[in-house]
Design a protein around this ligand. Structure first.
Ligand code: SF4
Length: 224
């Protein structure tokens, strides 16, 4: 799939109205004291047999990641849904298709330059929201994934990813529109926040805000 080049193509990719030109700039993470992280393959193996919370009882399989290891952009979502649980990959249903379109609109894809993971590695039953205890148990895996990948920038989608990594209880609407930083293992990584694609499917009127967030992402990462 080719990257859209004209404004009209970008509109089509996002299903949006008018857009404006980008100004490129780069924000690199300050790698001050990066500790040796567990290798991603070791971590994947550990997660695959994890029984640290009750979600292990209802999962078909764990969902660790998709995309390119050590990619410059890392997307963090919430938790596997039914499709993800069945396939063992994050963002493979309708929300995944929309995420791919959003990434494509800024020249990114999981085949080329994006690594994707969720806060929870197992599906909550009936797609309910993650519980605080589950996030507490599972999020250290995510922190290790981030430390091992060392992405140049993070895109946090949805409130559970945002609130977990920014350590806040503020709503997405209050946090979007500016660059944040996530500090893990001494690594300070710029982070853009936006709505979860599943939310955008329910509320298509919010897609314009998500497009603004993608422009912010693009402004801060010229390698995409
Ligand atoms: S959700 Fe996370 S902590 Fe809970 S069983 Fe799955 S991998 Fe382990």
């Amino acid at each position: 799939m080719n990257q859209p080049r004209s404004k009209a193509e970008l509109f089509g990719a996002m299903g949006l109205g008018p857009v404006w030109e980008l100004r490129n700039s780069t924000t690199a993470p300050s790698k001050t004291a990066v500790r040796e992280a567990a290798s991603l393959s070791e971590l994947r193996q550990t997660v695959s047999i994890c029984t640290a919370c009750s979600l292990c009882e209802s999962r078909t399989q764990t969902v660790f990641s998709d995309g390119v290891e050590h990619a410059p952009l890392m997307v963090v979502g919430e938790a596997p849904g039914a499709d993800e649980d069945a396939m063992g990959l994050p963002f493979v249903g309708r929300a995944g298709v929309l995420l791919d379109k959003m990434l494509h609109a800024v020249g990114a894809s999981r085949q080329k330059n994006v690594y994707i993971a969720n806060v929870l590695k197992c599906r909550p039953p009936a797609n309910r929201n993650p519980e605080a205890g589950e996030i507490r148990q599972c999020s250290p895996y995510l922190f290790q994934q981030i430390a091992a990948n060392q992405p140049k920038i993070l895109l946090l989608v949805g409130r559970f990813a945002i609130q977990t990594l920014l350590n806040t209880d503020k709503p997405v609407g209050e946090l979007r529109g500016k660059l944040h930083h996530v500090t893990i293992e001494g690594l300070s990584i710029p982070a853009v926040v936006t709505y979860h694609p599943a939310y955008l499917l329910r509320r298509p009127g919010e897609k314009a805000k998500a497009w603004d967030d993608l422009l912010l992402l693009k402004q801060h990462q010229s390698v995409l």
